[in-house]
Design a protein around this ligand. Sequence first.
Ligand code: AMP
Length: 505
Amino acid sequence: MNLSVGLAQVARRAPGNPAILWDGGRLSYGAFEDQAARIAGALIRRHGLQPGARIGMAMENCPEFLPVLYGIWRAGMTAIPMNAKLHPREIGWILENAGAPLCIVTPKLADALGGLAGLPPVIATGTADHAALLAGEPVTRVAGAPAGPAWIFYTSGTTGRPKGAVLTHRNLTAMALAYMADVDGVGPEDIRLHAAPMSHGSGIYALPFVMMGAQNLTIDGFEPETVFGILARHRKVSFFAAPTMVTRLLNHPAAGAADTSGLKTLCFGGAPMYLADLERALALFGPRLYQLYGQGEAPMTITHVTKSVHADTAHPRRTDILGSAGFPRTAVEVAVMDADWNELPPGEAGEICTRSDCVMAGYLDNPEANAAALRDGWLRTGDVGVMDPLGFFTLKDRSKDLIISGGANIYPREVEEVLLRDPAVLEAAVVGRPHPDWGEEVVAFVVARPGARTEEAALDRLCLDHLARFKRPKAYRFVAGLPKNNYGKVLKTALREILSGEARP
Ligand code: AMP
């Protein structure tokens, strides 16, 4: 089903129910449907676009985001939500790569994109052109089939140029149903808070909430005080956060006295969450944490650690499970494959692969990347992992982040987990540096907690106590912060570049 049909159904049944909330306002389902239907009409008639057109969205989190997204779908067109923090040139590159004839933006983005040549027409929210979009002739019949493209998700491009993962309506419907099967039932009183960018996981998690006639609360920018304020004022609030956002909440001075009683579920994922941080998060939020492992190519839905598993303090394997990415999601196959495409038994490390209705149709116009990523209906994630005999999957690292020293594999995450045991360490990232004899050697970048001092000798001792000798860092770099991409993921490529720019001692 085209996802915008679900919106029409809710709007018919409960037009007065709140759909979109923001500081100082709310839009009902009836008004949301009306806006989406009119936007669709304006795209077709005013802008002369055909079903199948790809429409860029360079928008910060805002109440206009969902009506634009559903309006694009109602018109049978495909949305390309982009991170608002991308460089204008990167946005320009994506629009060109996708052949987008139009891009809808928020005012800040309109200014940033202003000077760029070769862009398609841009419509900024709040302008007369946006008002004209909202005044289109409503479209109530949807063009396009469930197998048609809905959302082109450009990968975060931690290596090379981003690739456009084409997600169909069926992919996103399967994702939404899996949310209901695995995370929570959703009803009209539920609120999805969009604290993380709606161009990514948070926006994708709006879909089950619209499908079920629940509420979407948008805030512009992630500020711990705002999040804590919302958790104190509202009930049944669920939100998605990257692990770096969770640690920002934990480290905020307001955390100690925060009233988090309004929280229903904090879904985290997108990058590893270290055990020490997870335990602190459980202490602050209670057993309302849900971990998901997914990627743009299989959005939000490969494996998970449910709330009940987080709560099960008596489980004999609790620490192992919490340190893993968990069990396969409902109706999702997950396997570990070797380089020759044989499925590996439990305990052996290989590439994590997944097959389900959530797996993308393919990368846009990129047969080479498709041949590398898709095989026999399976998606190769590029993540290295191991399945435990109990059926949960532990992610070792991205295959490209693996360090090979003296022929032995070293998984950076294992070393990082040990460094984070030092209470003075706020963040740690471990990468390989080319070494003439060993191939690579381990180098650790360490950020100290404010006011604390970290000592190389203490960290080395800690590693010797917990790790094989060859895994411990041979050098440390104490830095003020780690380079991160716009979704808060540490850019190991940038760390490796820093090392390659240094003169060797
Ligand atoms: P993206 O496509 O930007 O969402 O990035 C997906 C990648 O993030 C995955 O392939 C993993 O490497 C990483 N990732 C996602 N979820 C988790 C998780 N729960 N634990 C560890 N890494 C994760």
